[in-house]
Design a protein around this ligand. Structure first.
Ligand code: NAD
Ligand code: WQD
Length: 346
């Protein structure tokens, strides 16, 4: 298939491009690079031997988008492009509505005009807010608890309405839990600008010596050790699910909404210990107050993804930590690094 990947230079997008290329699909990336590096396409070429076609554009630029759809005959779109920082979304909700919802509307309009009617879209476990029970199935109550989460929920609802109105439009909503890790080559990985918001990149930066210590946000939750529990998922497992979902839309000709997680909850301290084992480094930490808006425990019921897609996560927390560390240690400055191994600690 010929696939348009919006946000394909980003963390999950570039891992998905690798798998699309490896499974014989043709890929065009559209990305504004608002949160990614222009070095990514070169790394993808090194990794796969194929230079992906890249168009630098903002999805809200309707003229550029129409030109893109006029240039290629896409069979389907995988839509990653969005802003994703929860805290920033609380400070700048209108920017998030404009970029994430505005970008999605512009994309759908361009798809409709060009007659492209298959879409796999990035959703998130954030659509469950604070779930009533775990593991969380797809039919659990949906509830946005911040502006970023609202953009994900609204995108799912818009896509539902579009499918009602257009009988031939097919959508796969993929609700990711907590993607972590990196491609095992160490060539691509997560490269957050500024202070990381998420746990794994923060641990990586402490381990590599860029930050002094991890702050553990609360150890008084009703969980196994008092720290927050999440469903961490290897990004290459997650990437594979997108190709499976595209093939499902083609084969089954039905819409799809599935959780993507391992089904296993892991606490902050459990992840920290696994990372220390994988890296051989000590990761200093201090326990501080809970982070506002955090919930105690969230992990997926991933049964439906297995039933419909034949997908299940294969890689465990040790593999996630090993690959996150390989990426970080080979690229201490992210994509600004040369990719050469760093010296061992003194
Ligand atoms: P990312 O920021 O690394 O990638 C997003 C990419 O989209 C970036 O390359 C960015 O430059 C691009 N982009 C943003 N707005 C754009 C626009 N208007 N036009 C064109 N390009 C634009 O994020 P990611 O972690 O790879 O996340 C990908 C998707 O998955 C997002 O939709 C995110 O909301 C969703 N998601 C991420 C996580 C996570 O923890 N990483 C969890 C659940 C869902
Ligand atoms: C995980 C655990 C923290 C950082 C967020 C978004 C969600 C989704 C994924 C996109 C929690 C603890 C964290 C730190 C810590 N994104 N923690 N110290 O909160 O599950 O989800 O990213 O859709 O929408 O909300 O992930 O990695 O931020 O936190 O103790 O420096 O680690 O309290 O228990 P979260 P996270």
């Amino acid at each position: 298939m010929h696939i348009l990947v919006t946000g394909g230079a980003g963390y999950i997008g570039c891992h998905t491009c690798v798998q699309l290329l490896e499974r014989g699909h043709r890929v065009v990336i559209a990305d504004s690079f608002v949160n990614s590096s222009p070095a990514v396409p070169r790394r993808l070429q090194r990794l796969t031997g194929t230079a992906p076609v890249v168009h630098r554009l903002d999805l809200r630029d309707k003229t550029a988008l129409a030109a893109l759809f006029a240039t290629y005959r896409f069979d389907a779109v995988v839509h990653f492009a969005a802003l994703k920082a929860v805290g920033e979304s609380c400070a700048k909700p209108l920017d998030y509505f404009d970029n994430n919802i505005g970008g999605t509307i512009a994309l759908l309009q361009a798809m409709k005009a060009a007659g492209v009617r298959r879409l796999v879209s990035s959703s998130s476990a954030t659509v469950y807010g604070d779930p009533e029970s775990v593991p969380v199935p797809e039919h659990a109550r949906l509830q946005a608890s911040n502006p970023y989460g609202r953009t994900k929920l609204i995108a799912e609802q818009m896509l539902g309405d579009l499918c009602q109105a257009d009988d031939g439009f097919r959508v796969g909503n993929l609700r990711y839990f907590n993607p972590v890790g990196a491609h095992p080559s160490g060539l691509i990985g997560e490269d957050p600008g500024g202070i990381p918001n998420n746990l794994m990149p923060y641990i990586c930066q402490v381990a590599v010596g860029q930050r002094e210590r991890l702050q553990v946000f609360g150890d008084d939750y009703p969980t196994v050790d008092g720290t927050g529990v999440r469903d961490y998922l290897h990004v290459t497992d997650l990437a594979r699910a997108h190709v499976d979902a595209l093939e499902y839309l083609q084969r089954a000709d039905r819409n799809l909404t599935v959780n993507l997680g391992t089904g296993r909850g892991v606490s902050v301290l459990e992840l920290l210990r696994a990372f220390e084992r994988a890296s051989g480094r000590v990761v200093p930490y201090e326990v501080v107050a809970r982070r506002p808006g955090d919930v105690a425990e969230v992990y997926a019921d991933p049964t439906l993804a297995e039933q419909l897609l034949g997908w299940r996560a294969q890689l465990d927390v040790d593999a996630m930590c090993r690959d996150a560390w390989r990426w970080q240690s080979l690229n201490p400055q992210g994509y600004r690094s040369t990719g050469k191994p760093m010296p061992a600690p003194k």
